[in-house]
Design a protein around this ligand. Sequence first.
Ligand code: NAI
Length: 770
Amino acid sequence: MESTVLREPFETAGLAHRHHDNAIAEEIHEVEQITAEVLKLEDEMEAIRPQHVQEPGPAFRLEVEDNIGILIFDAPTEKVNILSTPVMHELNTRLDELQSRADLQALIFLSGKEGNFIAGAKIEEIENISDPKDGAEKAAMGQAVFSKIDALPFPTIAVIDGACVGGGLELVLACDYRLARDSDKTRLGLPEVRLGIIPGFGGTQRLPRLIGIQRALDFILTGKLVDAQRAYRAGIVDRLIAKEFPPQRLRRLGVEFAREIRKPEARQKIADRRNRVNPQTLLLERNFLGRKVLFDQARRRTLAETKGHYPAPELALEAVEKGFSKKDIAEGLKIEAELLGKAIVTNVSKNLVKIFYLTEAVKKDTGVENYSGPIQEFQKIGVLGAGLMGGGIAQLMAHNDLPARMKDVNLAAVAKGMEAAARVFSESVKKRRLTPKEMQNKMAFISGTADYSGFHHVDLVIEAIVEILDVKKKVFAEIDNLLPSHSVIVSNTSSLPISEMANATKRPDKFAGLHFFNPVHRMPLVEVIRGENTSDVTVASLVAFAKKIGKTPIVVKDSPGFLVNRILGAYMAEAGRLLMEGATVEQIDNALLEFGMPMGPINLFDEVGLDVAAKVSHILENAFGARMAGEGMMDKIVESGRLGKKNGKGFYIYEGKNKKVDPAIYAFIPKTGKFDGSAAAMQDRCVLPMINEAAMCLSEGLVRRPADVDIGMIFGTGFPPFRGGLLRYADARGIDNIVGKLETLAGKYGERFKPAARLMEMKQSGKKFY
Ligand code: NAI
C-alpha cells in the first residue's frame, strides 16, 4: 500500500522534470521540493520496511579435512532442512563435483541445524500434481540424485541428529553408513503413506535391501517413526551415538568414523552386525516361496487395516514386492516412481495432505484470534476424581513428566486410578516402548490423596468427578478457597455448562472446560471450552498446554455437547432410529464401517456406555429438540441392566476379546416403521445430519472456522481421514447435493432433516465450507 501511495507523486515528479523546458521556475522548485520530501519519506519507509527476502544462498557447504569431505546441509532462511526442488538441484550439482574429486576418501553428510537433520521433501510441491507422469518424473528426479550418492567412489556416512524422515531417510539410505545420536529429537521413518503417497526417492527399494522385507514393510506400510535406538535395533543405523554426546562434536565423530572404516576389519564388523540383526527373517526372505507367503500376509493385514480405503499402502507393498526381486536396483526404482505417480494423484492423497495442513495450522494457532499476550505455564497438576477419566488424565500428565496429584473420595478409589494409569504404562512396556524402570519413574509423578493435601501449590486443577452439576459446583467452591490465586481450574465434563460451574468460584476468568476423550492416552483431541468469562490468557494457556502434552486442541464455545458430542449426537440418534425401523445392528454398523468410520454407531453406543449415552442424549434433546431425540429406547435397555462393553452386555455380548450381537436386544427396541433401504441410504441418514449440525454450530459461532469441525471430527471420533474431514466431504459431494438429499429426507422422515439456514445460503451463493 505505502509504496503505491508514494510512487505516484514520485513518478509525477519525474515526468515534470523531463518537461522542465516548458515549466516556469516556481513550478520546478515546487516539484523538486515534493521530490525531495518524497525521497526522504521513501528513505524512512525503507528503514522500517522489512528487508526484502534475499536470494537464498547455497543449502550445502563442503568442508574438507584429512581428505574427508564434510557436506553440511543448512538450508538458508528455513528453520528445518527440506528437500525442495532447488535444494535437490543444488545437491545434484554438488554430487557431480564430488564425483570427480580424486583427493577425497570419504564423504560425511551432516546437518548445519542442531537437532534437525532432514524433515523430508517439500509437501507443497506434491499437492498440485494431477498427472501420474509428473509424479513419476518427480520421483525419478529425486532417485537420480540419491543414486549419485550411492555411486560415489568413496564411502559415504550420514551423521544423524534430529528428524530424519521421508526423503531425509531415503537420502541416508543411499549412504554406506548411518550414525545416529540418541537424542529426544531424533526420529527416523518413512511417513509417506500418511500423506497417501509412497516413498519415492528409493525408500521402497533400499530399505528392504538393508533391513529385510518384513522389517522394511513395518516402516513403509505404517509410516511409523522411531527413535535412534529402535532404528539401531532394526538395522537402519549402524552406530548409536549417546544422548549425552555434545552435538557440536558430531563432525569430529564423523571424521573419526571415516578414518576407522579405512580398515577392512572395521567395515567387516559393521557388515557382520547387519547380517546378525535378523537372520531368521533373512532366511525366509531369501526363498521365493517364503517371500510369497510374507507378501500375501502383509497384503491381507494391510487390507484389514485400510478396508480398501487407502491405496498408498497397497501401492507401497507392490513397489517392494516387484522391486525386491530385481537384481538391478534401477529397475526397482523405476517401478517405485511409477507407483508413486499413481498414488500422488489420488483424492485420498489430496485429502490427507489437506489434513496435514490443518494439523500444521493447529500447531500455530493460539486459540484466540490475534493473541499476543502471555502464556501461563502449568507445572503441577491436581486431578479431581480417580475414575476412568481421572486415571487416564493422571497417566497423561505423568507421561509428560508433569507431577499429578490425584484426589478422590477415599484412598481405595485413588488406588483404582493409579492402577488404571499403571495399566496404560504397562502396555507401553509390553510393546517395548518403555523399560520397566522408565515406567516406575513415570508412575512416581502420580501421587494420591483423599483430602486436598498438596492442592495448595498446584497450577492447574483438572476435574473429572461424577457428572452431577451440584456435586461439581460444591467441589469447585471448596477448592477455590484452597488454591493459589494464579491457579486455573478446568472441568472435563462432557455435558454440563462451564459458565455455571465457573460461577461457583471467584475466578471465572481462570475457569474453562478441558474436554478429553476416552481413552485419554489414545484420543488425540482435546476441546478447550471457553466459558462466558474465561479470559484470553486462560484459553491461550490451555491451548498451549494441550499441545505440550501432545494433544490436538480446538477451542469451542460453552454449549450443550460442545462441538464433537453434539455433531456425533445427531449421528447416533439417527442410527437409533434406523434400529427402530427394523434395520439390524450388523446392517447399520457395517454400513457406517463401509463409509469409513472406525466403528459402527451401535458398537459405539456400547463403547461409550449405554447409561452415559442415554444421559447425553437427554441433554442434547433438551437443548436442541426432536432431532436429537433417542425416543426412550436407550432408557429401557439401560433399565434391563445393559451398560454396554463395560459390563459385558449391551447391543453386543462380550466374551473375552470376542463380541457378537445379542439377538435378545431386539425385544427392547420399539418398532416405529420399516426400513428397507440400502447401505448407502443408511450412510446418508447418519452422515448428512452431522453436516447439517456442523453448519448450525458454525452459525452459532461454536468454533471459529470449518477446519475446527474437521479437526474435531477426525481426531475426536475418527471420522475417516481419507475423506478429508466432515466438511471437506460435504464440499466434495457438493452443497447442492447435500441440500437436495436433506430436503428429500425431510419430506420422507420429517423436519429433523431440514437443511440448516447456512447450507441454504451456501447453496444459493454457490459457496463451499473451504
Ligand atoms: P467415573 O465414574 O469413572 O469416575 C468418577 C470418579 O469421581 C469416581 O472415582 C468417584 O469416586 C470420584 N468422585 C466423586 N465425587 C468426588 C468428589 N467429590 N471428589 C473427588 N472425587 C469424586 O467417571 P468418568 O467416566 O471418569 O467421568 C468423569 C468425568 O469425565 C465426568 O464429568 C464425565 O462427564 C467426563 N467425561 C467422561 C468420558 C467418558 O467417556 N467416560 C469422556 C469425557 C469426559
